[in-house]
Design a protein around this ligand. Structure first.
Ligand code: S3P
Length: 442
């Protein structure tokens, strides 16, 4: 995954986008599907799994720890789990590639099993902070030796039985919450996470669906207490993974800003803890219609019809950030085409994603002629009011799939092509991104 040549690509002013596409499965749900089925006793089936590099890294790791995971020719995945408490000692380091979710959630699983695992990853992942999961997992008794700054490579020596804790994460993070809950699965007693700001709740929904004794209590001030009773037995499941709203986001914004566009995206997950972008784009005047809202695999989904719209700038309420945390790069592109000023604040977490997304977006958007000011915790963007951007610059993607796709979309509304130095990282979350774009242009 790490030794390869770069794949540069240019994206130029586009014809109107039109047609109907289905986007790949949700990345968060795909990771959790593999982890939980690998811990259930018996055979589970998963359809719609995202077959991106990040999720394949999770599959390889669960195999290395004893699960049988196979993909059938029809695209269905069959998993035979080892049972909670049954993870085996991996013989080699677990290569997490670019995937923060794999790393942090699997560290949680290993922490309460009597095994030791080494985690390694690419240059982007190796620069990301792991202290946020090391702290609670060490409280539970795991012995974790990390590289300086609490980074990868690192080694987790699990403790079984581990010690149940009540933990209030200092940052709003579904990954930290999930790491503690997954460690709690094989820990005697009750493990609790106290969440002042709600983050994506796929772990809670799925753990309950698999038969774990998990409760969520929300008090009057909105604080959530999530409790899991440990030494759980998980039952095998049949899972249908809904389409990833974070991948749909690139085509939602592309359809809104490329003049004349009219695009339908089918089967998009609309879990309220993930749907913030749609709310903000609607505030900006975006024409996004929800068609046939329904439930797939315990998650709300709908088809989205999106038409080109005259967007206007808005002040984005920082309280909405956790429900669109991965969508800010593409929102910044929408803001660069809107009329007036968009102000975002409270986005410190964007600095520790696959890249420093505030700095990288500010630099890239400025290079293609947008008017952007970077603040400590956000961007202020004065849009063109619908006029194309000048474009004509090269963009460094910094091994960050969402940066690459955001600038690809910006290229579609630029006078001169925008060249991205390496589009290969897109395969971590959205392997057929360019193919789907081609379909909408033909
Ligand atoms: C994820 C949680 C988010 C998100 C990431 C996936 C998950 O990270 O950015 O892409 O699946 O739990 P944080 O929890 O660190 O915000």
């Amino acid at each position: 995954m790490t030794d390869r040549t770069a794949t540069p690509r240019s994206f130029a002013a586009s014809v109107p986008l039109s047609g109907r596409i289905a986007i790949p499965g949700d990345k968060s749900i795909s990771h959790r599907s593999l982890m939980l089925t690998a811990l259930a006793v018996g055979e589970s089936r998963v359809t719609g799994l995202l077959e991106g590099h990040d999720v394949l890294a999770t599959a390889a790791a669960m195999r290395a720890m004893g699960a049988t995971i196979e993909r059938r020719d029809d695209g269905e995945w069959r998993i035979h789990g080892v049972g909670v408490g049954g993870l085996l000692q991996p013989r080699q380091a677990l290569d997490m590639g670019n995937s923060g979710t794999s790393t942090r959630l699997l560290m949680g699983l290993v922490a309460s099993h009597p095994i030791t695992a080494t985690f390694v990853g690419d240059a982007s992942l190796s620069g990301r902070p792991m202290g946020r999961v090391i702290d609670p997992l060490a409280q539970m008794g795991a012995d974790i030796g990390a590289s300086p700054g609490g980074r990868l490579p690192l080694m987790v020596r699990g403790l079984a039985p581990a010690i149940p804790i009540s933990y209030r994460p200092p940052v709003a993070s579904a990954q930290v919450k999930s790491a503690v809950l997954l460690a709690g699965l094989n820990t005697p007693g009750i493990t609790e996470v106290i969440e002042p700001v709600p983050t994506r709740d796929h772990s809670e929904r799925m753990l309950r669906g698999f038969g774990a004794d998990l409760t969520v209590e929300t008090d009057t001030s909105g604080i959530r207490r999530i409790r899991i009773v440990g030494e759980a037995e998980l039952k095998p499941q049949t899972i249908i993974v809904p389409g990833d709203p974070s991948s749909a986001a690139f085509f939602i914004v592309a359809a809104l800003i490329v003049p004349g566009s009219d695009v339908t995206i089918t089967n998009v997950g609309l879990n309220p803890t993930r749907a913030g972008l749609i709310e903000v784009l609607r505030q900006m005047g975006g024409d996004i219609e929800l068609i046939d809202p329904r439930e797939v695999g315990g998650e709300p989904v709908a088809d989205l019809r999106v038409r080109h719209s005259a967007l206007k700038g808005v002040d984005v309420d920082p309280a909405i950030a956790p429900s669109m945390i991965d969508e800010f790069p593409i929102l910044f592109v929408a803001a660069a085409l809107a009329g007036g000023r968009t102000v975002t604040t409270g986005l410190d977490e964007l600095r520790v994603k696959e890249s420093d997304r505030l700095a990288v977006m500010a630099t890239g958007l400025t290079a293609i002629g947008a008017r952007v000011t970077e603040t400590e915790d956000g961007l202020v963007i004065d849009g063109t009011g619908g006029d194309p951007l000048p474009g004509g610059a090269g963009i460094a993607g910094h091994l960050d799939h969402r940066i690459c796709m955001s600038f690809a979309v910006a290229g579609l509304v630029s006078r001169s092509p925008v060249t991205i130095d390496d589009m290969a990282p897109v395969a971590t979350s959205f392997p057929n991104f360019e193919a789907l774009l081609g379909e909408l242009q033909s």
